[in-house]
Design a protein around this ligand. Structure first.
Ligand code: FAD
Length: 294
């Protein structure tokens, strides 16, 4: 049983914003794979919902004239993975969201819902961070683009007012052009389990000199919010692409991340796994980009 006070289905972004203004305590619902569970658990029972699933402009992936990738917030994971723009320019994201839950969840769950629920285990988040993603937020006064790192406020919390809506996740051209990447989700079971730890590595190689030109490394579940390993990134930039690079990332991220003990895994176990998945993610990213690493 779902205890819902009222349900309004918005047909446009403008209508959704009007509904949110008229019902200040209403919750947005996209796919509902988080919201409906929280209602059933009684955490937000009796709430009013504003549905955004039928708003056409929130669906699909487009390339702006500048080459930035706009991913509609209500685009399901399955669509993100299958989209030709994603496959051509940022396949790392398509493969990352293909690791969410099972097929039913990937068909119903949306990338916007995944980022807006603020969960540190969200499978899209490490890759959106590593791709330097922006969150496009609208309210009745206009729109703004916020770096995804500034969007996260804490565990399960994001900087979004009740009268606001996320319309797109934006990946700027300069953050994906020439880069290759890989995401590894470590979980206790292969299917239908959230990440015990996740790591997304996105790297750009100076092919002439076979050195790391730029690299971004983001962990999920290693801190209260997705965590960029900026110290390790700085150490790796300019380094030759060889076996030593892989040892360096492995050892350095273990010094940098600070995961916690939980019933899922101990801190010591997460540190061990963290070094390993960072190393493997970098190796796979380089292989996928056709770069030999020793
Ligand atoms: C069985 C099961 C397995 C799962 N496995 C995984 C997994 O492996 N990995 C993983 O990352 N997640 C997993 N999830 C969680 C969930 O599927 C994802 O977080 C999903 O992305 C949520 O998207 P949604 O559209 O269903 O969100 P909803 O439930 O509709 O919304 C989630 C939150 O975001 C807000 N919201 C949604 N869209 C917007 C928007 N455009 N603007 C502003 N606020 C918005 C809602 O108000 C709500 O607070 C699982 C869930 C289930 C039920």
């Amino acid at each position: 049983m779902y205890d819902i006070e009222n349900y309004y289905n918005a047909a446009s972004v403008e209508e959704a914003l009007e509904l949110l203004a008229a019902h200040p305590s209403a919750k947005i619902i996209a796919g509902g794979s988080d919201v409906l569970i929280r209602i059933r658990e009684g955490k937000i029972a009796g709430c009013t919902l504003v549905g955004i699933r039928d708003i056409p402009e929130l669906h699909g992936v487009t390339l702006s004239p500048e080459g930035d990738i706009y991913i509609g917030a209500a685009t399901s994971f399955s669509h993100v993975t299958a989209d030709p723009i994603i496959q051509k320019y940022i396949p790392v994201l398509g493969r990352a969201v293909d690791q969410v839950g099972g097929p039913q969840v990937r068909n119903i769950g949306t990338i916007g819902g995944n980022i807006c629920n603020g969960a540190v285990s969200a499978d899209s988040a490490p890759t959106v961070f590593s791709l330097g993603g922006r969150v496009r937020i609208v309210n009745r006064d206009g729109a703004r683009l916020v770096p995804v790192e500034d969007f996260y406020a804490g565990p399960g919390r994001v900087h979004l007012n009740n009268d606001e809506l996320v319309t797109h996740i934006v990946i700027p051209k300069e953050n994906y052009e020439g880069y290759c990447g890989h995401y590894i989700k470590y979980s206790m079971r292969n299917a239908m389990d959230i990440a015990t730890l996740g790591c997304s590595v996105v790297v750009k190689v100076d092919r002439e000199n076979n050195r790391v030109d730029d690299i971004k490394i983001t962990f999920g579940v290693a801190a209260p919010v997705p965590f960029r390993c900026k110290m390790t990134e700085d150490k790796l930039k300019g380094r030759p692409v060889d076996e030593g690079l892989l040892s360096l990332i492995e050892n350095s991220v273990r010094e940098e991340i600070n995961p916690r003990d939980s019933w899922r895994a101990s801190k010591a176990f997460r540190l061990q796994i963290g070094g390993e998945i960072a190393r493997r993610a970098l190796a796979r990213a380089l292989e996928d980009g056709g770069v030999c690493h020793g």
